[in-house]
Design a protein around this ligand. Sequence first.
Ligand SMILES: [Mg+2]
Length: 327
Amino acid sequence: VASDDLTLADVGEFALIDVLAQVFVASARPSVEVGLGDDAAVLAAPSGRLVVAVDQMIEGRHFRRDWSSAHDVGRKAAARAMSDIAAMGAVPTALLVALAAPGSLPLAWARELAEGLATEASVVGASVVGGDTAESPTLVVSVTAFGDSGDRALVTRSGARPGDGVFLAGRLGRAAAGLTVLSRGHRQPKSVVAAHRTPEPPYAAGVAAAAASATSMIDLSDGLLADARHIATASGVVIDLDRSLLGGDDDVEAMARNFGLDVWEWVLVGGEDYGLLATFAPEAVVPAAFRPIGRVSELREGREGPVLVDGATHRGAGGHEHFMPPS
Ligand SMILES: [Mg+2]
């Protein structure tokens, strides 16, 4: 195996694939019927259907190498794809990874990326079962996640009904706060920086929500208001969020005060928290990971919506940092 001081251009594609495969084979689960090393992987699909999602992370857009380690990027790339599987109420089982990278990328970075991917996959018992590499001027990590729903009904975005409660598993505003910290040249506080670098989706809560007959569900990638809008639009309803139930994160509130920023921009608009937003009928026994944050109501002509905060459309101050400058 080539030395870690070398770049991808020094060692070539086959050596790169060897390095990645060593990491993935070492962490693979026995449930994979045919894994790495053949033309394609073979997966069991016990429920008779596959739940599939893909996600890309592009350097300069979604991550910066001076802000996140290779291990962080690997963990986040896997988490983002597996969060989508969890948001359907399924359990992630396998990942495919496509890496496009410049020849100047250190081999050690690629190995650490693979270790991060394998680490996050192992959180839910999934394996990396294959992938592809290509030379590219831009570093891109693409992850396709496969999941299994068992005997549970899958949860889509379109089933929310007037009278349902709106519930959240996870925290709000921490990843946006972390991104602001990093973009202003700081590395502290660690808790919010970690929320940006390595989100921890509540995978088990997605399964629990499906088992408890959630009527709709989505993972929070674009920000609470935007993701709530996805459910409201798909379901043809209004989602009314209760501001008094959304705050309460002392770290995030203190940081917003220190920076002179509006904490609600982080909580309502900031993305990438990777919690789960779900709706449940009034009679449902809502899993403990979820807390109530609002209600679903009827879409009516002439009324504001489809997402309201305390009964009104949120008019943000703007100025949140959705996009990073190129590194
Ligand atoms: Mg999603």
